[in-house]
Design a protein around this ligand. Structure first.
Ligand code: IVH
Length: 668
């Protein structure tokens, strides 16, 4: 076969395979048997083998995985990935309906209801009809580029008929119940830890660095969100468009009129739930008419035109085997229940929280007896009450722990507080947990440092405080000897730790784990105190003067900074080069953008302010006119004099695609 014929034959086979895959994976209606599919696939592989230059990114052969990645690149979402407000009962829904009507008055509108898939949201970006990027939600603004794994999802088309320069759609990646059981079976056979539920398994798989493993796990995706609100008038229309483009759209969605009809839908889906081959954790209710969206509006993280009704938490009973306390990063003691394994809300539960000693005593919960367990969605399972039967009196009453389970220091309880605390600043568990908190995404954001790793570092005396993270490099040889830590992983960790020195002061303050100082409070405080020293010297009065900061928070902050250990920690961090940068807005600095001057000109796919915010968010500056100090000119269509000037001054001119590349290249 010559190359021309090979190309023709390939196109022919590809079309067949794509069609069959669509019938099988999307329509659930195969028209050929597996053997025939395999035969054609084999032919395709043979031709591609003979003519490697004919292998294209949209070939079905590209779905099998095989690349092993070091890490995932960050991806900045063009439009924030929103979440949904929750409703837990019908009254909440009526409230939602009232709120919508209050805003739009007596305009006619419909609702669209659909199952709430219990998976992970994904954003798919097609450029000129080709799947370019699959990205996780992350914190809503910045997710991870997991394209390689997304490509292994057979129901997600690699090419679509819509050939626009940019097309984005969103949906939920999930694992079917059947596939989840299969994966766990394999894990058991290999003596590996099993996944708790399909959602965790899907999350683990989507973030699997070995794409071959991801391919084997057989993820799937329901697509429910079409960003094109210009060519579609309603959510229903936009789903039809998605279906035409061969995306897998859930068949249970439907348009209804009036909030009362939602009630019937909930009833019918509650019954159907068990028979579905995928987990759902509720129902999503959306206003159907797009023209009303802007009018109804948005909260910070959720639209006001949609709501998620969550199925009620399931309650089951099992036997309480033992009660064991654990200590958290603040020293607080939590009591936990070891249980006889029990299935609940799609998960096998073996442990649950018992909160604190008072709770156990008040409810008179006793080891050996039966207890009721509740679990809803992501929420940690909890013991809610004992089941008192004939033998209950013979069981031993519970007594609270007197000593820290880790360091045996006598536990303390402040007046009026229910919780007991370990006050030993050197308690190993507290240290490990506080480092875990410090590296977390909302804090110093150090990727790749898991609690297991921190434990290992701690056991080997490489770290005994947060600031020790910044001198890990000197233990390089010994760290490389630890299992599973290779040269590449190590250098990634060091790089991530180095980058964290540039994190925003608010995130670092949150990371320090000062009692009562959450993310939001840290941000508010940083708007008033520009440097870490100013904050360290702040008085209770100054802090209370800030709106939203009460006396408990203020005292807690002042106490924290007065503690000599913490004083040393801050000075160590500063000596290691941690900047505590505070330029009012939280940023995600990207080296390609940091301190670079950008001029934006011409017609772009989004309003200029979008790009201005994005560039500034990544650490760049935007200026009005082009000069020799300009680093980049972001030029859209019909750019005029600024473009000409940039050409004259030989300033680098980039388009949107190149801007995206700049963002993605950062980690190289
Ligand atoms: S719509 C702006 N529809 O639920 C609204 N979300 O709790 C975007 N989810 O982050 C979401 N099924 O990951 C929508 N049919 C569905 C969904 C769904 C599951 C997830 C999604 C979202 C989360 C919110």
């Amino acid at each position: 076969m010559d190359k021309k014929n090979a190309a023709l034959e390939l196109a022919n086979i590809k079309a067949k395979l794509d069609q069959w895959a669509h019938e099988y994976y999307v329509m659930d209606n195969p028209t050929v048997d597996d053997a025939e599919y395999d035969r054609e696939m084999q032919k395709l592989l043979e031709i591609e083998n003979a003519f490697p230059e004919l292998v294209t990114t949209d070939s079905p052969s590209q779905r099998v995985g095989g690349t092993v990645l070091d890490s995932f690149e960050k991806y900045v979402h063009q439009e924030k990935m929103l979440s949904l407000a929750n409703a837990f009962n019908f009254e909440d829904l009526v409230q939602f309906d009232k709120q919508v009507k209050k805003i739009i008055g007596d305009k006619n509108f419909n609702y669209f209801v659909e199952p709430k898939i219990d998976g992970l949201s994904i954003s798919l970006i097609y450029k000129f009809g080709n799947l370019e990027i699959g990205a996780t939600r992350g914190n809503g603004s910045i997710g991870e580029n997991v394209t390689e794994n997304v490509k292994t999802i057979k129901s997600i088309p690699l090419v679509i008929e819509n050939k626009n320069p940019y097309f984005e759609t969103r949906g939920e990646v999930y694992l079917s119940k059947k596939q989840f059981l299969k994966i766990n079976e394999m894990k058991l056979l290999n003596h590996e830890e099993i996944f708790a539920n399909p959602r965790n398994a899907a999350a683990g798989t989507l973030r699997q660095l070995n794409t071959k493993i991801a391919a084997e796990r057989k993820l799937d995706a329901w697509i429910y969100y079409n960003m094109d609100r210009v060519n579609n008038a309603t959510h229903e229309d936009s789903l039809i468009e998605l279906q035409k483009l061969k995306f897998k759209v859930n068949p249970l969605g439907k348009k209804i009129n009036g909030i009362e009809a939602v009630y019937d839908y909930i009833q019918s889906l509650t019954i159907q739930r068990e028979t579905l081959d995928y987990e759902i954790d509720g129902i999503v209710i959306k206003v159907n008419e797009f023209e009303l969206y802007d009018e109804i509006g948005y909260n910070a993280k959720t639209p006001k035109w949609a709501i998620a009704y969550k199925f009620p938490a399931e309650v089951v009973s099992t036997t309480l085997r033992s009660i064991f306390p654990t200590v958290g990063r603040t020293g607080r003691i939590t009591y936990n229940a070891e249980l006889d394994a029990v299935q609940i809300a799609g998960t096998t539960v073996r442990a649950a929280t018992l909160h604190n000693a008072d709770f156990i005593i008040q409810k008179d919960i006793r080891v050996g007896g039966k207890v009721k367990i509740k679990k809803a969605g992501d929420i940690i399972p909890e013991v809610i009450a004992p089941i008192v039967d004939g033998n209950y009196e013979t069981l031993k009453k519970f007594h609270e722990a007197k000593k820290c389970p880790e360091c045996e220091t006598l536990l303390e309880r402040s007046a009026g507080e229910v919780d007991q605390y370990c006050i030993n600043t050197n308690c190993p568990r507290k240290i490990v947990r506080s480092i875990e908190h410090f590296v977390s995404r909302d804090a110093a954001n150090v990727d790749g440092v898991s609690i297991k790793l921190i434990e290992k570092f701690f056991e080997n005396n490489f770290v005994s405080s947060i600031s020790d993270l910044y001198h890990l490099e000197k233990y390089k040889e010994r760290i490389l000897e630890l299992d599973k830590i290779g040269e590449k992983l190590f250098s990634n960790i060091i790089e991530a730790i180095k980058n964290s020195k540039q994190e925003h002061m608010a995130k670092l303050i949150f990371g320090l784990g000062i009692r009562h100082v959450g993310k939001k409070t840290a941000q508010i405080i940083c708007e008033h105190f520009t440097t870490i020293d100013d904050l360290a010297n702040a008085t209770v009065e100054e802090l209370i003067a800030i709106e939203d900061v009460g006396d408990v928070v203020a005292v807690s902050i002042v106490d924290w900074f007065e503690n000599p250990n913490n004083k040393k920690l801050i000075s160590d961090l500063k000596n290691h080069g941690v900047q505590f940068k505070n330029d009012s807005k939280i940023k995600n600095i990207n080296k390609n953008f940091e301190n670079k001057n950008f001029v934006i000109t011409g017609v772009l796919s989004k309003p200029r302010n979008y790009f201005k915010d994005l560039i500034e968010h990544l650490g760049g500056k935007t200026i009005e006119s082009v000069s020799s100090k300009t680093d980049f000119v972001l030029a859209g269509e019909s750019a005029g004099s600024k473009l000409a000037k940039a050409e004259k001054l030989k300033v680098k001119i980039i388009n949107e695609e190149e801007l995206n590349k700049l963002m993605e290249e950062e980690n190289d």
